[in-house]
Design a protein around this ligand. Structure first.
Ligand code: NAD
Length: 292
């Protein structure tokens, strides 16, 4: 064989041997996932991803109607035994504790938390009322703290480790126009995850962050004030904005709820057993494109 071809074959054999030694992806069979904002676009896609791999899912959301519609859809697809719902406000300490207690009754415990419930708000800083600021902090930062604290209690008591995934935002790393309260609250989520990763490591509790860029499809955030404000800044409508984000990204791809779900699956599964305190931007390269 010519030298180059011989080299290629050896290289391939080496790669193949490496692949054989790598742990195979394990399913989530027997695991229980608690998903906040489970009735929203990203939460529903993540729940469906976990259910596909054999997990049981507790969908927790403040919106009872959306929760019912989402649950009906998932039950139809995956069966009634593996899906439960709880109406819960992430800012309500007692409601959060009660929702975990419900999950223990229904499924015997919790292995995975996806902290994802959120809102978005848009206002220049001079027009950001204290109420608006507090709302962002309450739902995004404090809400993430409360659901994580209850998860820690349950995971420690079970003593079998666990995985916590924060759906934060690229806006927690980079500023976005007229969204100071949102961006600051998202930054706090990311730092909370780092602190929890440190605290949980000894008990095998991993904490990682998925940072979506704009996910317009399926998201209720992009239906109200946030959309109007962004449209004013950048474009004209939801489709126009999605196209703008796509064009702006390095990969020229739109980010979909399923893309976030796949990243959240990676951090839930054992293939990420050696990752904690990590941040994965799912942004089609948008962050890099923007900062070039
Ligand atoms: P979505 O509005 O479709 O879903 C959010 C869900 O959270 C809704 O079902 C809502 O009812 C629920 N929720 C809101 N406040 C709550 C509360 N106090 N208690 C319990 N549930 C509450 O939005 P999404 O796009 O699926 O967003 C999910 C997460 O992803 C949010 O944290 C959001 O900030 C983040 N994110 C979204 C985007 C995007 O472009 N869609 C980008 C970056 C980050």
């Amino acid at each position: 064989l010519p030298e180059q071809e011989a080299f290629d074959i050896e290289y391939w054999l080496l790669e193949e041997a490496k692949l054989q030694r790598m742990p195979k992806p394990k399913s989530l069979a027997g695991r229980v996932a608690f998903v906040t904002g489970g009735a929203g676009g990203i939460g529903t896609a993540t729940a469906a991803r976990y259910l596909t791999d054999g997990a049981c899912v507790m969908l927790a959301d403040i919106n009872e109607d959306s929760l019912k519609a989402t649950s009906d859809h998932l039950v139809q697809r995956f069966g009634a035994d593996v899906v439960r719902t709880v109406v819960m406000d992430v800012t309500n300490e007692q409601a959060v504790a009660a929702a975990y207690a419900d999950t223990a009754v229904e499924f015997g415990g919790v292995d995975i938390l996806v902290s994802n419930a959120g809102i978005a708000s848009s206002a220049p800083v001079e027009e950001t009322s204290l109420d608006l600021w507090n709302k962002n902090m309450d739902i995004l930062s404090t809400g993430y703290f409360l659901v994580s604290r209850e998860a820690f209690k349950m995971l420690r008591a079970q003593n079998i480790g666990g995985s916590i995934i924060f759906v934060a935002s690229k806006n927690g790393l980079a500023a976005s126009p007229n969204a100071t309260a949102y961006c600051t609250a998202k930054a706090a989520e990311i730092h909370l995850a780092r602190c929890l990763a440190l605290e949980g490591a000894e008990a095998g509790i991993r904490v990682n962050v998925v940072n979506p860029d704009a996910v317009l499809r399926g998201s209720k955030i992009w239906e109200g004030e946030w959309l109007e404000q962004r449209a004013g800044t950048y474009g004209t409508d939801k489709d126009g904005l999605e196209e703008m984000y796509r064009q702006r990204s390095l990969l020229k791809r739109s980010v979909l709820p399923e893309d976030i779900a796949e990243a959240a699956y990676f951090f839930a599964a054992d293939t990420s057993a050696k990752s904690t305190g990590n941040i994965l931007n799912v942004d089609a390269g948008n962050v890099q494109a923007f900062t070039r």
